[in-house]
Design a protein around this ligand. Structure first.
Ligand SMILES: Cc1ncc(COP(=O)(O)O)c(C=O)c1O
Length: 364
């Protein structure tokens, strides 16, 4: 667990990062896809975990993916020498020139990028990852134009290597028909081309071995969350990387009929003991967490009571031996973030990003 002790943090809630868990989870990716190269997705500050620290902990990976040029530039500025891929590609030509000088690879997902790349005069050629839309209908060129784009990229002196990639829309739902349809489309358009390919995200790494190809792109599983609703991270051998903790700051007695918090949405059915915990939505705790969302304290799971406030939450302490100052785990080793996400009409991706963003920005 690491926490920078030198910088001041303005809040009680803290995020601790377990880099050994990241390394363990990378090992699980390699177990699932032993013949593929691994490109961890460390965009959005490594899903809230800290991009530079994550890149260091994942040093044995083959390459990294980020979403935006600025993220790749920050990695290079920090001394990262790994191959880097920018998933959005370049937004303007200046960035393309910077990619060439910093040896950053670009996705090409639309005609404007292809034109700009072919027309440029780069001092050294860049690797280009041609992104094909196989059915997600987000970024990507039409599948039936793959061969044409590929040929134009391969014949350009501005391009070193060309790869082909696509992305699944529903890999977390193994029964979804679109999964196979996307895979078949990808196979069809790449079948006659001698090229290294990438398709699989975490869910496909675990559930769709035929989608592994030469490079896999794990994100959420590296951070210790299960991509599937009905399989736990523990069952997949994944360990929590983010520990989101704070403290119990007050203990109060409620009488039957007392209502708790904003909107008085929880009304005590009996006399009970309640605890106030120093974390709220300002710290990235999900505001939509329901009554009953689990919170861990002194070896026990307690239940959230009422609405989440900006700086505090209330929990049921009936039968729990607790004192003000006790450590409270909002998610982490003792309580999987997936459980909190499921109780909050959200996903672990969002919870991790928000807690990490709040923690790393609320520091001096
Ligand atoms: C293009 C692309 N590949 C891979 C990933 C990793 O996905 P996951 O976190 O589900 O493994 C993402 C994440 O959003 C992505 O956008």
């Amino acid at each position: 667990m690491s926490e920078e002790k030198s910088s001041r943090h303005w809040r009680r809630a803290r995020v601790l990062i377990n880099s050994e868990a990241l390394t363990n989870n990378l090992g699980r990716v390699r177990d699932y896809s032993p013949r593929s190269q691994v490109m961890p997705v460390i965009k959005a500050n490594a899903y809230g975990h800290g991009m530079l620290a994550a890149a260091t902990a994942l040093d044995s990976a083959d390459m990294f993916a980020v979403a935006m040029p600025e993220e790749a530039f920050a990695l290079r500025a920090s001394g990262c020498t790994k191959p880097l891929l920018v998933l959005h590609g370049f937004y303007c030509v200046d960035e393309l020139y910077k990619f060439a000088s910093l040896k950053i690879s670009t996705v090409i997902h639309q005609p404007q990028q292809l034109d700009a790349l072919l027309k440029s005069d780069l001092a050294s050629p860049v690797d280009a990852w041609l992104k094909v839309d196989t059915g997600m209908h987000r970024l990507g060129i039409p599948a039936d134009e793959t061969e044409d784009y590929f040929a134009r990229l391969r014949n350009s002196s501005n391009v070193a290597r060309v790869y082909i990639m696509s992305h699944f829309a529903n890999a977390d739902d193994p029964d979804n028909k679109l999964n196979n349809s996307q895979l078949e489309c990808f196979l069809k358009v790449t079948n006659d081309i001698d090229v290294d390919c990438s398709l699989a995200n975490s869910a496909a790494i675990i559930g769709m071995p035929r989608s592994h190809f030469e490079v896999v792109r794990p994100g959420i599983m590296l951070y210790g969350s299960s991509p599937f609703a009905d399989v736990t991270a523990d069952e997949l051998g994944l360990q929590a990387v983010m520990q989101f903790e704070t403290e119990l700051i007050a203990i109060k007695q409620l009488k039957a009929g007392d209502a708790v918090g904003y909107g008085s949405t929880y009304v005590a059915e009996r006399d009970m003991t309640m605890g106030i915990v120093a974390a709220g939505y300002a710290d990235g705790y999900p505001r939509h967490a329901r009554n009953g969302t689990p919170v861990w304290l002194n070896g026990q799971r307690c239940e959230l009571l009422g609405r989440v406030s900006m700086d505090s939450i209330s929990i049921d302490l009936t039968g729990v031996d607790a004192s003000a100052g006790d450590r409270v785990v909002l998610w982490g080793r003792e309580l999987c973030v997936d459980e909190v996400a499921a109780a909050s009409e959200s996903i672990a991706y969002e919870l991790l990003c928000n807690a990490g963003a709040a923690y790393f920005s609320l520091r001096e």
